[in-house]
Design a protein around this ligand. Structure first.
Ligand SMILES: Nc1ncnc2c1ncn2[C@@H]1O[C@H](COP(=O)(O)OP(=O)(O)OP(=O)(O)O)[C@@H](O)[C@H]1O
Ligand SMILES: [Mg+2]
Length: 293
């Protein structure tokens, strides 16, 4: 019995039908349907190969190949226009063969072909994305924001029969502690500082238990103190999810990569260099195209 048929219930059958319609092919999709199970037994959680995205003939990505190991926190740097956001748009399905000229391969784990999936489906299989501007429900209290985010995870929520159980409470409290927002739990999110809002939004993403979290310039507009708090939060998430962080702030990148973490440098839509932060900082091509002399 494959994973698809092992899950009973009309809802799953309907979802299976939708998936088959989406891809036009049922083979391999059974594995997608098992929540939280991403096959990383043979290596990376995220795998991009020869990814090319063209806008009116202009190559925003040009045969980009890059992979991230399961559990890794990967920093991605590179000059403006290098294609970093475009890469995240493809991974999350915002840009895909449906609406752009895209070629190449994008896989989550071994078997989940993200290029064949819609944006909501990609979120459902475990990719969370943090945009630059925090998007929280300003009128609602911090606690309610986390609760709403948890309810948005339909798979998990329906299994609870729409009741906020002790398990739900425990997860919200854990997330408040992780994001350093315990003292703000009953304040409207609109009253939080910029840094606190950013941490709340990450908390909301965590309520959906992502396997891979993508963060695009998360510290833009933050004070130095808020920046280091966020570095502390992301470092504390190591082991619970894999992460890809795009940032220009080198102190933040240094705090995440440490002496041995791998940093990828994108330029003109391709991978220019990869290695420790020290190594890429010494790379002549990186100095030329990004860091300057
Ligand atoms: N929808 C689009 N239509 C046309 N061109 C686009 C589109 N999206 C991105 N581009 C172009 O693709 C290139 C890559 O843009 P992208 O936003 O991915 O760069 P980036 O590395 O994220 O830059 P930054 O560091 O400034 O955020 C840019 O030249 C941009 O103008
Ligand atoms: Mg960008």
């Amino acid at each position: 019995m494959n994973a698809a048929t092992s899950q009973p219930g009309a809802q799953h059958s309907a979802q299976r039908g939708a998936d088959q319609a989406e891809s036009g092919d049922a083979t391999g999709l059974g594995r997608v349907l098992e929540p939280g199970v991403i096959d990383t037994s043979h290596g990376p959680i995220l795998y991009l190969e020869d990814l090319t995205v063209q806008f009116d003939g202009f190559r925003a990505l040009n045969k980009l190949s890059l992979s991230i190991d399961h559990g890794e926190l990967r920093c991605v740097i590179g000059p403006n226009g290098a294609g970093k956001t475009t890469m995240m748009d493809v991974i999350t399905g915002k840009t895909g063969p449906r609406n752009a000229n895209v070629s190449g391969r994008v896989f989550l784990g071994q078997s989940i072909d993200l290029m064949r999936m819609t944006e909501p489906r990609i979120a459902q299989v475990g990719i969370g994305r943090k945009f630059q501007k925090p998007t929280v429900f300003e009128q609602h209290e911090v606690w309610e924001n986390l609760e709403l985010a948890m309810k948005a995870d339909k798979r998990w929520w329906s299994s609870l029969r729409a009741r906020l159980t002790g398990e739900g409470h425990r997860r919200i409290e854990e997330t408040l502690a992780l994001t350093g927002l315990e003292d703000e739990a009953y304040r409207p999110a609109g009253l939080l500082s910029h840094g606190q809002k950013q941490r709340l939004e990450i908390g909301m993403l965590l309520m959906q238990q992502p396997q891979l979290l993508l963060l695009d310039e998360p510290v833009a507009g933050m004070t130095d103190e808020e920046t280091m708090q966020l570095a502390g939060l992301l470092n504390s998430l190591r082991g619970s999810c894999s992460m890809m962080v795009v940032e220009h702030d080198m102190e933040f990148v240094a705090a995440l990569a440490g002496p041995s973490g791998k940093v990828s440098v994108l330029a003109e839509g391709s991978l220019l260099a990869e290695g420790t932060l020290d190594a890429v900082k010494r790379d002549e091509r990186v100095i030329e195209s990004y860091l300057g002399r």
